[in-house]
Ligand binder design. Structure first.
Ligand code: KG4
Ligand code: ZN
Length: 358
């Protein structure tokens, strides 16, 4: 089945063409246009600008991906079997561009649509083994249920239990900021460009994670919920009391900066890992999946890998598929497509608050 994936829920316009069967996932072509350079001067994603940039990029990307993947531009001869699009959750300004493009293509080509939830995409990102590789799909891939997924990104931090395919139950998550948002906001205080998560983890590698005692809000609470906004505030107070104030950020000597980053990163990792392992002990999942942009954090991956040993099989995505991408959207659509769970173009709508769990 040839699936065209489209993702535009935040600041990446991404298009991918995959050939998926129940034996393999083959990436025929994939392209992503990142908007980071546009948004970084504002310190975060500006929805209005994001929408305009998606609108500028999406058709050229679709054209190029189809030309590379189908090796023809004559769509009367060759076209995708299915279009998979992220319809939510995310920024409405971006979602609407992907959704309207999909509606138009579906109408023109008479091709069915699978409306994909962005979180379901991140969960399925672990199934893509490598660019252009031919691997087994999730029907034969060793993902055994129940599955516990920790999805941590700039917009989400959720613990989701799946007892079987296409079943999603939220068992916990952040009560305020997302983990990636906390990384990004504190990174901004240090003068790092958006998104600052990767920069904090780079500095953290050479720092002492025990140098500064940051709080771990809700770490001992009885549930699987987390809180990051108190941690962010205490990072701000620490900088206010210990660092030199510049116009929009704080300056620290290099060693202190590394120690600050390591200690702050450790607090986030402790929160995420403690709650995940607590959920593993309660629900005994056969598989634990880490997805979302924060899954690019090596220390988080390594810690979860160690802590899940002997309890569950642990999967995380390849670095390329940690951040938003259309490949994971196409992969997530496959099990819907084979069951013909399609949405008519007339009914397809962008839903910025779409939740996959009841
Ligand atoms: O999934 P994603 O691309 O977009 C959203 O759906 O939000 O995630 C982006 C987030 C940003 O907050 C970014 O700072 C964070 O992922 N991130 C990281 C790392 N790489 C990306 N956070 C911590 N450590 C990293 N290495
Ligand atoms: Zn995402």
């Amino acid at each position: 089945m040839i699936i065209l994936g489209i993702e535009s829920s935040c600041d990446d316009t991404s298009v991918a063409l995959l050939n998926i069967t129940n034996k393999k996932i083959e990436i025929l072509a994939e392209l992503t246009a990142s908007q980071i350079d546009v948004h970084k001067k504002y310190g975060g994603v500006v929805p209005e600008i994001a929408g305009r940039k998606h609108a500028e990029k999406i058709i050229p990307l679709v054209e190029e991906v189809l030309a590379n993947g189908l090796q023809t531009t004559d769509y009367s001869k060759n076209k995708p079997d299915v279009i998979a699009v992220t319809s939510g959750p995310g920024l409405i300004t971006g979602l609407i561009v992907g959704v309207e493009t999909t509606k138009t293509l579906s109408y023109l080509w008479d091709v069915p649509i699978v409306s994909v939830n962005h979180i379901e995409g991140h969960i399925h990102s672990v199934l893509v083994e490598s660019r252009k590789s031919k691997i087994k799909s999730h029907f034969e891939y060793p993902v055994e249920y129940p599955v516990l997924s920790l999805v941590a990104s700039g917009g989400h931090t959720e613990l989701i239990l799946s007892k079987k395919e296409n079943h999603y139950e939220k068992i916990g998550g952040t009560r305020d900021d997302a983990a990636g948002e906390c990384f990004d906001k504190v990174a901004k205080l240090l003068g790092f460009d958006y998104p600052g998560g990767p920069k904090i983890s780079e500095f953290a590698q050479k720092g002492n994670p025990e140098a500064i005692k940051f709080p771990r809000p809700m770490i001992n609470s009885d549930d699987f919920d987390m809180s990051f906004s108190g941690l962010k505030t205490s990072a701000l107070y620490w900088l206010r009391d210990n660092a030199k104030k510049l116009v929009n950020s704080y300056q620290l000597p290099i060693t202190t900066k590394k120690n600050f980053c390591a200690s702050f990163e450790q607090a986030i990792i402790d929160l995420l890992v403690t709650k995940t392992i607590k959920a593993v002990k309660k629900y005994n999942p056969k598989t634990v999946i880490l997805g979302g942009g924060v899954s690019a954090n090596k220390k988080l991956r390594n810690t979860l890998e160690q802590e899940t040993q002997g309890l569950s099989t642990f999967y995380f995505p390849l670095s390329t598929y940690c951040m938003d991408n259309a490949t994971m959207i196409a992969v997530a659509s496959y099990h819907h497509a084979i069951k013909k769970e399609f949405t008519n173009w007339q009914d397809l709508q962008a839903d910025p608050n779409w939740k996959i769990y009841e």
